[in-house]
Design a protein around this ligand. Structure first.
Ligand code: NDP
Length: 450
């Protein structure tokens, strides 16, 4: 008997029932399912083999206690997770997030998205994600080190260079990867490419740090080129001020655009004079190295204003890049951007636009790239870091820059292949969802019911 005849509504009711209180995860599945149901309508094998249902059920979710001692001698207890969503096309791969808002729903949505994103890169990587509800803000260097070591003391048994290869994400940069890699090596005695985003001296890849932000802007440039336009002279509104946001800003400036906003969890700064390279360098030092707040920007650059507790989407712009976190751009914000004449949106963050916002962009036929397509540059260079580790060599910067551009261009082509709606409109969400799904699904069909 075929059990493949549920419709989209019934499918989503099942996802909601099986994942109570996991709103982010349900949202991510819904966004994908809306496109996949139409695509597989006439493809019986995908229905009969329950492929989407299987991708939307993680292979496993590991959760564990992380105990550590703070500088005052208090014992602290956090919860850590690793979600291994799907390894049909390669080892699980995806970042680690340290943020107080991390929970199972957030990590399941990220691991689900990662499965499609990694497939889009064309590299052999499955999807995973991990993290802990640990707040790195205000912690001393030693506290961060002790937490990372304790986290890895449990995580190490679930990962491996051919099994699952984590990387950084919010709250996890080169410093944290260093502490975790050091602990993995100490426990196992193995020097292998078990993490990416490593330092250049110990197996890291050139351009990994820049790759997500740069890649998002390359993708944006590809989208504009379909309309015969470029970034030169365009005004860009960017949210966030971390790794992705600052490197996206840098590449916009290099390509002749003008960046007028950045933000953090405290609010956004608006600098009508433009945030050029010198100011971006100041932000990088202030936010990443000094762990400061973006509001301090206005004291350093008096032409700017700070808007507490607000996101930057009301500032008129030609292009927008949400690069902070999930659900930071809502339906009303999307309407404002469209009304203000915004031409293109490329997501640097994962799922920054909520479902209402996605529907607004689609209805307005905007050039709109979902994160799984436009922010795939980071994981793509992570994949190249894995290849270099396996070969035990380091490729040159020019080679890697070219590979990153080629991969972003390949993703853009894949989106056009499955997302071209005719009349000059490309639905990049649909294109990315179908292209990513098809690759994973076909591998799963080959393996049978496992
Ligand atoms: P960082 O930790 O370097 O920076 C995060 C930035 O987002 C900070 O400015 C932070 O502000 C802000 N932010 C975080 N949470 C919130 C919130 N709840 N509300 C408002 N602002 C917030 O992280 P990344 O730049 O690495 O990551 C940003 C996004 O990009 C995430 O969605 C991540 O998953 C995605 N991404 C990252 C990749 C990478 O290679 N790093 C790859 C692909 C996607 P504050 O300092 O106040 O916390």
């Amino acid at each position: 008997m075929s059990n493949g005849h549920v419709d989209l509504h019934q499918f989503m009711e099942g996802v909601k029932r099986r994942n109570p209180h996991q709103d982010e995860f349900v949202q991510a599945v819904q966004e994908v399912a809306e496109d996949i149901f139409a695509f597989i309508a006439d493809k019986a094998a995908y229905h009969e083999q329950q492929i989407l249902r299987r991708i939307a059920e993680p292979d496993r979710v590991v959760s564990f206690r992380v105990c550590w001692e703070d500088d005052a001698g208090n014992i602290r207890v956090q919860r850590g997770w690793r979600v291994q969503n799907n390894n049909a096309i390669g080892p699980y791969k995806g970042g680690i997030r340290f943020h107080p808002a991390v929970n199972e729903s957030v990590l399941k949505f990220l691991a689900f998205e990662q499965t499609f994103k990694n497939a889009l890169t064309g590299l052999p990587m499955g999807g995973g994600k991990g993290g802990a509800n640990f707040n790195p803000k205000g912690k001393s260097e030693r506290e961060i080190m002790r937490f990372c070591q304790s986290f890895m003391t449990e995580l190490y048994r679930h990962i491996g260079a051919d099994v699952d290869v984590p990387a950084g994400d919010i709250g996890v940069g080169a410093r944290e990867i260093g502490y975790m890699f050091g602990q993995y090596k100490r426990i196992t005695g193995n020097f292998t490419g078990v993490l990416t985003g490593k330092g250049l001296e110990w197996g890291g890849s050139l351009i990994r740090t820049e790759a997500t932000g740069y890649g998002a802007v390359y993708f944006l440039a590809e989208m504009l080129a379909t309309k015969g336009e470029s970034l030169a002279g365009k005004t860009a509104v960017i949210s966030g001020s971390g790794n992705v946001a600052t490197h996206a800003a840098e590449k916009i400036v290099q390509l002749g655009g003008k960046v007028v906003t950045l933000s953090d969890s405290g609010g956004f700064i608006h600098d009508p004079d433009g945030i050029g390279q010198e100011k971006i360098d100041w932000v990088k030092t202030h936010k990443t190295h000094r762990r400061g707040r973006i509001e301090d920007y206005v004291a350093a650059f008096p032409g700017a204003t700070f808007h507490a507790g607000r996101t930057p989407w009301g500032v008129p712009c030609d292009v927008a890049l949400p690069c902070a976190t999930q659900n930071e751009l809502l339906g009303e914000d999307a309407k404002t951007l469209v009304a203000n004449g915004c031409r293109a949106v490329a997501e640097g963050a994962n799922m920054p636009t909520d479902l209402d916002g996605v529907h607004v962009f689609k209805a307005a036929r905007l050039l709109y790239a979902p994160g799984k397509a436009s922010n795939a540059g980071g994981v793509a260079v992570s994949g190249l870091e894995m290849s270099q580790n396996s070969e035990r060599r380091s490729w040159k910067e020019e080679e890697l820059q070219q590979m990153l551009k080629d991969i972003m261009s390949g993703i853009h082509q894949a989106c056009i292949r499955y997302g071209d709606q005719g009349g000059g409109y490309i639905d990049y969400v649909k294109g990315a969802n179908i292209a990513g799904f098809k690759k994973v699904a076909d591998a799963m069909l080959a393996f049978g019911v496992v």
